[in-house]
Ligand binder design. Structure first.
Ligand SMILES: NC(=O)c1ccc[n+]([C@@H]2O[C@H](COP(=O)([O-])OP(=O)(O)OC[C@H]3O[C@@H](n4cnc5c(N)ncnc54)[C@H](OP(=O)(O)O)[C@@H]3O)[C@@H](O)[C@H]2O)c1
Length: 328
């Protein structure tokens, strides 16, 4: 493997990440075109339905004739099928680059090796699996939606020092500090959806929008099997779309949540309350947990979700501790 492969693939990751929050359910993709160790063009997938990264990179090259002396780096195998846009692989082949270097093979059954095969058939060298794990991590939501046929699920809550998520009167609202809450708004801006249980809507009347960060609002999902919420709740205001999930019973949580992928929802941040979070934990229906632990104490209240974890590794957010756990 040539030593510079990793550097330029890193650059594709950096570019790809700029599309976060705007391209779902598509993957994050960046592309770099390099001639004589100089970048002569680059681009990323900026918005769902718009040009793919490869096309933006090609369009940015001044003299397209020189691409035949260049290497093209992409973090994901180029598409070979007609979707919202024509196949990128055809545009790449036309330019006859020296080689195409890829991090991940596209797991989408419509592509899955077909793009690579087409390039090789044209006699162009293809190198794959450069920083493969890092590439998969970058596109964890996309890979998960195809492999597990359900959205990537992040469980998030804030608890007091004595493990409570609400006080006795259910009017405690803020447990974590202002900076922690800013983190939460940043997280919301890159996930497709945000989910809560009906009681959280009743007690807190939250908007569940992005206000402490710049970015778009996720789709709001509320589990409301007894249809006990009315349209006056903020969650049904016009600031974002809301899906009222009223078909959940004791047995079908996995199925109902899995079916959200068909609505192009490939990630969910579940923000409470305890009852709802515990259901996801009990069904082993989660990929990440993000738990804020505050220094505050309540005299009695609602217990935080039940999950034992190592209390050693955390980030300090001023006086809060942030624990991030992954479901292996
Ligand atoms: N500290 C934090 O991070 C945090 C975050 C959010 C909320 N909270 C607090 O938590 C409290 C509310 O939490 P909570 O545990 O009482 O309630 P919750 O989880 O907000 O809502 C529970 C209700 O949602 C429905 N539901 C959710 N999942 C379901 C499932 N899998 N199957 C069937 N029904 C399901 C049921 O509605 P039906 O009863 O209608 O069937 C259930 O009673 C509030 O005080 C709020 O302030 C704290």
């Amino acid at each position: 493997m040539k030593s510079y492969y990793k550097n330029y693939i890193e650059r594709t990751f950096y570019l790809a990440k700029k599309g976060e929050g705007n391209v779902s359910p598509n993957p994050l993709v960046g592309c770099v075109i390099v001639k004589n160790n100089k970048i002569i063009g680059e681009g990323f997938h900026e918005k769902y339905g718009s040009n793919h990264a490869e096309i933006n990179a090609i369009n940015s090259v001044k003299d397209k004739k020189t691409v035949n002396q260049s290497s093209i780096f992409i973090n994901l195998e180029p598409c070979s099928h007609y979707g919202k846009t024509p196949p990128c692989v055809n545009e790449l082949i036309k330019l006859k680059p020296k080689e195409i270097v890829i991090s991940n093979k596209d797991p989408n059954p419509k592509v899955n090796g077909k793009g690579i095969k087409k390039i090789k058939e044209m006699g162009i060298k293809v190198v794959t699996n450069i920083l493969k794990e890092k590439g998969e991590k970058l596109n964890k939501r996309f890979f998960n939606s195809i492999k597990n046929k359900r959205p990537y699920i992040i469980l998030k809550w804030a608890e007091t020092k004595n493990n409570l998520i609400a006080n006795r009167k259910n009017n405690s609202k803020w447990i974590s500090n202002n900076l922690s809450r800013q983190f939460v708004h940043k997280w919301r801006s890159v996930e497709d959806s945000i989910l809560v249980g009906a009681s959280t809507v009743e007690f807190d009347n939250p908007n569940l929008t992005v206000r402490k960060w710049a970015g778009r609002n996720p789709i709001r999902l509320v589990i409301n099997p007894k249809k006990r919420l009315d349209n006056k709740n903020n969650i049904f205001n016009k600031l974002s779309k809301t899906l009222n999930i009223d078909n959940i019973n004791e047995k079908n949580l996995k199925k109902v949540i899995g079916s959200l992928v068909e609505k192009n929802i490939i990630s969910i941040i579940v923000e409470g309350g305890s009852f709802t979070l515990n259901k996801f934990i009990k069904n082993n229906l989660w990929d990440e947990m993000r738990i804020f632990k505050s220094k505050k104490n309540f005299r009695g209240g609602l217990a935080a979700p039940k999950f034992n974890y190592e209390k050693k590794d955390y980030k300090k957010i001023f006086d809060d501790q942030l624990f991030i756990l992954f479901n292996k």
